[in-house]
Design a protein around this ligand. Structure first.
Ligand SMILES: Nc1nc2c(ncn2[C@@H]2O[C@H](COP(=O)(O)OP(=O)(O)OP(=O)(O)O)[C@@H](O)[C@H]2O)c(=O)[nH]1
Length: 498
């Protein structure tokens, strides 16, 4: 059974009251399961459970080609008038479905005019048939719904993968145990993701941790030690502002007392978690999920190449698997290839894409179509791809402003999020771009991509400190499963656990 990432805490069957489970951020104390034996027993039990679940559930096979095609027929809408085109497409769908039901499409091609020797009813039926054929033909000429060819190779999902009981598994189990999770509730997806995250942050971690370990715990911090910590953080692209804050906070404690290395690192972890969670202090809940049975519209912004399209594909997959009705609006009309790319991702995740085949079409028109389609389908999550490479800030602001006005007008009750996708490998340079976007779009959060293999993982702290925005998702790979909701606890553990 698919693991629901959006409801992670709600899924565990522990006795924790629901209100407490809302908090994704786990207890700030270090794991109580310190005795290695306890941890080993926990990990073994979790491992056994996962194996049993894998054996009990049949291996998910590659989806049938026909199934994928049926799911991923892209609704291509013509330009103006958009709404009537949606209606026409819907009408045609219904009529076509009726025909398929009655098998009438198998009948011989109807004559353009009904033969006179037929009864009145027969003539009317024949005329209706002919009219419908003309409508279908016209629709095909004008805007034929494209069937995106499904990927030939099915992606392996974590629940199909053989899981090794290795050091990464132990570490992941420890991180989950520290968050109060029970061995029987741990999913293979969580373990696979945590292993990947830790591996992705390996370079950043090694750089920071080796230096920190050599410094902290050797007695009260002196100026040379402070400079070394600063250098380590700056090299990890934590940024000057965030580094200053971290060092100052750390100094207050470490200058005054002799702290053992483990305790000093634990204290540092606490500082980082607090920084990452700071923008959420005023939010009603730490968790970030679309609201059920409501239209949620998430605008995905960011410069081209940051990973916007990939992120849309991954979030749509996540949402689909977590039981949300999802739709994608391909409003990055600035670059034709972007629309094609988003279609491919829609196909991979089995989510419909609303696009507009015309060249240089107005993104606001696509958003209008997408909202109309979302409302007609009772979609819960509409993901909107937007253009990143516009000539200047004014263009960007104008375009995003127009899109926003359409949303406010057409879907005044929708829950809107505006997420900025940032490429972690760009470090501080990415942040400068982010500032332009934060002025143009009313950003509500950040998606940090490409955390796999970068030595600049510390940029997450700079993002939060400088933009004052929460990180909502992080990406650590190009695959469909390589993006997850952000957890400050897990991120900091992956960043600083040796
Ligand atoms: N290693 C790694 N690569 C990623 C990640 N996310 C995206 N990418 C890659 O980054 C490249 C750009 O991603 P896109 O999703 O096309 O970026 P975009 O912002 O939509 O840019 P355009 O397609 O030009 O509009 C692709 O090759 C992705 O596979 C990630 O988390 N890790």
């Amino acid at each position: 059974m698919a693991f629901n990432w959006f409801q992670r805490q709600h899924q565990d069957s522990s006795d924790t009251p629901a209100a407490e489970k809302q908090e994704v951020t786990p207890p700030v104390t270090e794991p109580q399961v310190d005795p290695t034996e306890d941890l080993l027993a926990f990990a073994k039990s979790a491992y056994k459970n996962i194996q049993q679940k894998q054996q009990a559930s049949p291996v998910t096979t590659a989806p049938e080609v026909a199934d994928v095609e049926a799911q991923t027929i892209e609704t291509v809408l013509d330009t103006a008038p958009v709404v009537s085109e949606v209606a026409l497409t819907a009408e045609l769908d219904v009529e076509t479905a009726n025909n398929l039901d009655s098998g009438s499409l198998d009948a011989a091609t109807p004559e353009p005019t009904a033969p006179s020797n037929l009864s009145f009813l027969e003539r009317a039926a024949a005329e209706r048939q002919a009219k419908q054929e003309r409508l279908i033909a016209a629709a095909i000429e004008v805007a034929q719904p494209e069937v995106v060819t499904p990927a030939t190779t099915a992606e392996t999902t974590p629940d199909q993968e053989a899981l090794a009981f290795d050091e990464g598994f132990l570490w992941s189990a420890e991180v989950l145990a520290a968050q109060g999770r029970r061995a029987e509730d741990i999913s293979v997806e969580e373990i696979t993701w945590l292993k990947k995250l830790r591996q992705g942050l390996d370079k950043t971690r090694r750089n920071i941790l080796n230096q920190l370990k050599a410094i902290v715990g050797q007695g009260p911090l002196n100026q040379a030690a402070v400079s070394e910590i600063e250098a380590a953080l700056l090299q990890a692209d934590v940024g000057v502002e965030a580094t200053d804050y971290i060092v100052n906070t750390l100094q207050k404690k470490l200058l005054a007392e002799v702290t053992p290395p483990e305790e000093a690192i634990a204290y540092l972890k606490q500082i980082l978690r607090d920084m990452l969670d700071a923008p959420l202090q005023k939010a009603p809940s730490f968790s970030f999920a679309p609201e059920k049975e409501t239209l949620n519209i998430w605008l995905i912004t960011g410069v081209n190449g940051a990973g916007k399209t990939t992120t849309i594909g991954k979030i749509s997959h996540l949402a689909q698997k977590s039981g949300y009705k999802c739709l994608i609006g391909a409003a990055d009309t600035f670059r034709a290839a972007a629309v094609e790319q988003v279609k491919v991702w829609g196909q991979r995740s089995g989510v419909e894409v609303i696009a507009n085949p015309g060249k240089n079409t107005d993104p606001a028109a696509v958003v209008f179509d997408a909202i109309a389609a979302a409302q007609a389908r009772e979609t819960e999550l509409l993901l909107v791809d937007t253009a990143g490479r516009l000539q200047n800030k004014k263009n960007l602001m104008d375009e995003l402003g127009k899109v926003r006005r359409i949303i406010d007008k057409k879907a005044p009750n929708a829950k809107i999020e505006s997420l900025l996708v940032l490429d972690a490998t760009l470090g501080q340079n990415g942040l400068r771009q982010a500032q332009v976007f934060s002025q143009a779009a009313q950003l509500t959060g950040v998606v940090l991509t490409k955390l796999d293999g970068t030595a600049k993982g510390g940029v997450a702290l700079a993002v939060v400190q400088q933009l004052g925005l929460p990180i909502r998702f992080i990406g650590a790979g190009e695959g469909m499963e390589d993006l997850r909701p952000f957890s400050s606890y897990e991120f900091v553990e992956a960043l600083l656990s040796g």
